[in-house]
Design a protein around this ligand. Sequence first.
Ligand code: NAP
Ligand code: MG
Length: 518
Amino acid sequence: MSAEDFQIEDKIMATFAPSSEVELDSRLGFQAAEFVRTHHRMLIDGNFVPASSGKTFPVYNPATGEVICHVPEADHNDVDKAVVAARRAFDSGPWSRVSPSQRGQLLWKLADLLESHTEEFAELESLDNGKPVSVARIADVPLAVDLFRYMAGWTTKNLGSTIPLSAGQDFLSYTVREPIGVVAQIIPWNFPLLMAAWKLGPALATGCTVVLKLAEQTPLTGLRLAQLIVEAGFPPGVVNVLTGFGEPCGAPLAAHNLVDKVAFTGSTEVGKLIAKAATGNLKKVTLELGGKSPAIIFPDADMDTAIAGAASAIFFNQGQCCCAGSRLFAHEAVFDQVISGVSEIAGKIKIGHGLDPATELGPLVSEEQFEKVSAYLSSGREEGAKIGSGGGRYSDRGYFIQPTVFHDVRPDMKVVAEEIFGPVVVAQKFSSDADLEKLAAQANDTVFGLAASVWTRDISIAHKMARRIKAGTVWVNCHNVFDAALPFGGYKQSGWGREMGAEVLNNYTEVKAVTVKL
Ligand code: NAP
Ligand code: MG
């Protein structure tokens, strides 16, 4: 790292190390400092409380491996309290008496509050997750704000329909959409604030109450958001926010008999555990899981756009995206150009501490993730993949991995078959003989089906591929484009149900058919 990096690191250490004697000083310029240094509490039934066991666990800065603060470690007792509060707020509490328009106003107020704290949230996210603050500022925070505003609009448009019956004219039948009830929401660490927004927005818009469990690695923006939720005026018990680990906190929450639905984002492995845990009371389940998404470059594509797009598809958020373009397919006529182009971009990416304004690629979220991705790098090498760029760790401190391009890979290699969840792309060639059917079969040769991108100027190829690809999202000449209005979710083992758009409302409502004999 350069001398400049150390300067920013010193500044960060002075501000965020828990043992720091430094008085909070606005000259240090971090708006997140005050919150990081507060005594962290969970939100249960409108109160900010410690874990009932009194236990806490450390939160790490992945750029340095240092502890930045401690948060409560919730267990089944805290889960119980939170679920009971959410149950009461739903069944007999204030939430059922809040009108759709008032729910919309609360969501809009939350969006305004979040927006007015954009810089603080961007810094918190960067410190906690490692991602560049410059990215959190223009992506994570504004997308979360927009999601809350979009969902605020739906509160008054949760419509049923009237349905003519073939049984005769003497009937009036109509449907109403009712909130599903108490929702458990369990989220991962890759977009901590945005995942909280994707989950909370539709649940609150439809009139559900929530117990949200944050990821152990990244609890800070969720805890700060809990403060804004109270400030916005949501009644006690409507939103409860827990910090804790998967087994002692997530598992009892997913299994709880007073919970009507569980919404989960994370690994496919834990997604399967969630589905099992839900069987006790057959609560509804939605899952947003892993991916191994193809990015397919045809020879007629605008090469500069396609190469830059393929690089960003995998390196965005350090590759820790469920929809990362982690399998790159390029036509043989342009394959070498694509590999050298993506490798060149990889080699030039500025790696550093997320809070350094110049950083383009931060560390991975945790030591565990660093070890996991490092093991894939070794495995790729051992199985004979060639390296176009990267292939190892960056810096001897923090959890940095070089953006890596593997090529000359085979479908049976672990790096090709499994989700790596790091800045590592595997590139394969396709020939002129491969028709679209064959190519789509290759792209679909995965247990996942979350997303794909197709790069071509030929609209016919674009739409034919869009039809053939088995994934919840297909991007053409772009990748990683999100909008609160666009449904997002997976085919196959990438999940059940959709997030965002009008579709997500179905996952938080029950439909009741009412028939009247006139
Ligand atoms: P994970 O274990 O699936 O964690 C996701 C969430 O589930 C976290 O809040 C986690 O708690 C919780 N959890 C863990 N075990 C649970 C259980 N038995 N019952 C209920 N909740 C449970 O994901 P991870 O360990 O953080 O990451 C592992 C891999 O998952 C990554 O390498 C990546 O491949 C994939 N992943 C996918 C996404 C995505 O967006 N689809 C996001 C993150 C990770 P903790 O707080 O204790 O972890
Ligand atoms: Mg885990």
